[in-house]
Design a protein around this ligand. Structure first.
Ligand SMILES: Nc1c(C(=O)O)ncn1[C@@H]1O[C@H](COP(=O)(O)O)[C@@H](O)[C@H]1O
Length: 161
């Protein structure tokens, strides 16, 4: 348990989704990156999402761009929390990804982050916060992360001198 799946629709999403896995690693979390496309790999999508809970996953992070049906289709097949990351597409700068992830019909939620790199990082933090409810070590790692972030923000004012 406490394993996080980091799913992406294409290898072209990896430069963004790598920010998710790097932060999960920094927080000491167990994760598995995967390429699964609802459009291109419908059978694999179904097998993964229907077995994800019994395979030891607690949270699914899913990054996809354009007509980004991946997070919603994963959510349709599991009651694990799904966090969707809208990848910044070239044609529409990720607005297409954002709207197709965030506008889920009622009954099948996907927690949607901001577009692109900030969203990829926040997906890792949100997944950690979900797991921290029942894990003191993860909670402490998150508190340490926040403290370091605050110190760095305060220190950045030195550059104004
Ligand atoms: N949105 C989806 C899905 C899906 O939702 O099933 N599968 C791939 N994609 C997205 O297509 C974009 C372009 O993919 P390619 O670069 O492979 O052509 C990627 O951002 C991917 O997430």
């Amino acid at each position: 348990m406490n394993k996080i799946a980091v799913v992406m629709g294409s290898i072209s999403d990896w430069p963004t989704m790598q920010l998710t896995t790097q932060l999960l690693e920094q927080l000491g979390l167990d994760f598995e990156p995967k390429i699964i496309s609802a459009h291109r790999m419908p059978q694999e999508l179904q097998t993964f999402s229907q077995n994800a809970k019994q395979d030891g996953f607690s949270v699914i992070i899913a990054g996809a761009g354009g007509a980004a049906h991946l997070p919603g289709m994963l959510a349709a097949n599991t009651i694990l929390p799904v966090i969707g990351v809208p990848i910044e597409s070239h044609a529409l700068k990720g607005m297409d990804s954002l709207l197709s992830i965030v506008q889920m019909p009622s009954g099948v939620p996907v927690a949607t982050t901001a577009i692109g790199k900030a969203g990829a990082k926040n997906a890792a933090l949100l997944a950690a916060e979900i797991l921290a409810i029942n894990d003191e070590q993860i909670a402490q790692n998150l508190l340490d992360f926040r403290q370091k972030q605050t110190e760095e923000a305060i220190k950045s004012a030195d550059q104004l001198k």
